[in-house]
Design a protein. Structure first.
Length: 254
């Protein structure tokens, strides 16, 4: 990232869409240079030839599509953040799996693009800053969810706990809940370093919200504050208690 702003690559196989994305990015505060690419191959050449801070790319492209390109970028030694810009909301789960910083739907609105650029900046700052904890070392992921036919975005840090529901998980926040098609086991592996604990075969909890443990009638519950809580299974009880003690969420003799 230069002193003048971000150097980004814009990728879209449709020339009018690429021209519009390039123009809008060029007008967005925080962007210094926009390098357009009409194919994934062109984008990879730009990425290899210059230091790039972020990639804004379409998904549906001939040959190597945007998802495949994002997976290639993810194998870089220092992968730049990826923002998907697409006319389709059906790939939101794939974008989540790839850990895209944001997911924009066409037609692009300038204010929404500015939000995506801000998220890229925060992700880069978090990567460059001094780590304070395991969770702080990771950029705060943004999860695309459907609400009333409209794509919304939930930050990982806002998720209080996660509940498995067959092939889906329900992300519970303070304001409500959202159903996402992601296996709980995959989410556990992905978010463990961000402070999420498996407390039950059906539940993960965000340790940031943990206020303590409650034992009633032989059953243990994690108190997540504001009336929220989930059961702790006997199988996970010891590991949960040790994790909370290590994270100073619980006294040793609690």
């Amino acid at each position: 990232m230069s002193e003048d702003g971000l150097i980004v690559v814009a990728v879209d196989d449709e020339e009018p869409a690429l021209a519009e994305l390039t123009y809008l990015l060029g007008k967005t505060p925080g962007i210094a240079v926009v390098r357009p690419a009409g194919t994934a191959t062109d984008a990879l050449e730009l990425l290899q030839a210059d230091d790039v801070d972020a990639v804004f790319l379409d998904i549906r492209m001939p040959g190597m599509d945007g998802l495949a390109l994002a997976r290639v970028i993810g194998r870089f030694a220092v992968p730049p953040p990826v923002v998907f810009v697409t006319a389709y909301d059906s790939h939101a789960v794939d974008a989540f799996d790839i850990a895209a910083v944001d997911y924009l739907l066409k037609p692009i609105r300038a204010e929404r693009l500015a939000q995506a650029v801000a998220r890229v900046q925060r992700a880069l700052e978090a990567e460059a800053g001094e780590p304070r904890s395991a969770a702080d070392e990771l950029p705060d992921e943004t999860i695309a969810v459907e609400l009333g036919g409209v794509t919304r975005y939930v930050k990982r840090s806002e998720v209080v706990y996660v509940e498995a529901q067959r092939d889906y998980v329900r992300l519970h926040t303070r304001e409500g809940s959202h159903l996402v098609r992601v296996p709980l086991a995959a989410l556990e592996e992905r978010w463990e370093s961000a402070g999420f604990l498996r407390v039950h075969r059906r539940f993960l909890v965000n340790s940031t919200f943990v206020e303590g443990l409650r034992a009633t009638g032989g059953r243990v519950t994690v108190d997540l504050g504001e009336g929220q809580g989930v059961p702790v299974s006997r199988r996970h009880a010891a590991a949960v208690k040790e994790a909370l003690v290590a994270g100073r969420k619980l006294e040793r003799d609690a």
